[in-house]
Design a protein around this ligand. Structure first.
Ligand code: CA
Length: 230
């Protein structure tokens, strides 16, 4: 059974083959690209998820990620040897949804793939705020600001969707980590700030003085949009 098509962008053959084997055992259809150029030309074939190595011979994984994000919200998991927090935040800030630090367990990676695909499916509904100023449509995975579609990564979508479904409720960073990853991971909580920053740039008139997502000092974040009547 085909559970989904996955593009693995990785130049180390050994790692690529192991990842491919584990994913195929789980029913995924896997394509491997060993260079950035090959990956970008393979993209037109249509995939459900991308596993992207940060260090490639011809291109930087971060550049590939940014190129993909220009017109796609496909889930992306980054493979990285850079394990310090700054690089993690940077990886997520440019649009990756999750990251796995090398050396990693293939089983762990498969679990992340499953979780991310599940999150990407989301719940099916559309919610509108402030007389249609902000619309969150879980059917089409589309966010509209002033009627204009805005590109969101799956993680950003999940985050905004969670906050907006509970206007006025304060969520701690760790709660939001749980929402987007499906499990607690303390080392991840600062990346929430990076995601919120990205979201604000996409939906706020003035990201420095946000209207929709308020920072609650010492506590977390809350959404204060006014839901429209149906
Ligand atoms: Ca590599």
């Amino acid at each position: 059974m085909n559970k989904g098509r996955i593009l693995v962008i990785e130049d180390e053959e050994k790692i690529a083959n192991i990842v491919k084997a584990y994913l195929e055992k789980e029913g995924y259809v896997v394509t491997v690209a060993q260079t950035g150029q090959k990956a970008l030309s393979a993209l037109k074939d249509g995939f459900d998820l991308i596993i992207l190595d940060l260090m490639l011979p011809d291109m930087d994984g971060e550049d590939i990620c940014q190129t993909i994000r220009k017109d796609s919200d496909i889930p992306i998991i980054m493979l990285t040897a850079k394990s310090d927090e700054d690089n993690r935040v940077k990886g997520l800030g440019i649009g990756a949804d999750d990251y796995v630090v090398k050396p990693f367990s293939p089983r762990e990676l498969v679990a992340r793939v499953k979780a991310l695909l599940r999150r990407h499916k989301g719940t099916k509904e559309s919610i509108s705020f402030n007389n249609g100023n902000l619309i969150i449509d879980s059917l089409s995975f589309e966010i509209k600001k002033d009627g204009i579609p805005v590109i969101f990564t799956p993680t950003e979508f999940k985050l905004l969707h969670c906050l907006a479904k509970h206007p006025g409720q304060i969520f701690s960073r760790l709660q939001l980590v749980n929402v987007i990853l499906g499990y607690d991971f303390e080392g991840y909580d600062r990346t929430i700030d990076a995601h919120v920053k990205n979201i604000r740039h996409k939906i706020e008139e003035d990201p420095r003085r946000p209207f929709y997502i308020k920072t609650v000092y010492g506590a977390g974040y809350k959404f204060i949009g006014q839901p429209d009547e149906d």
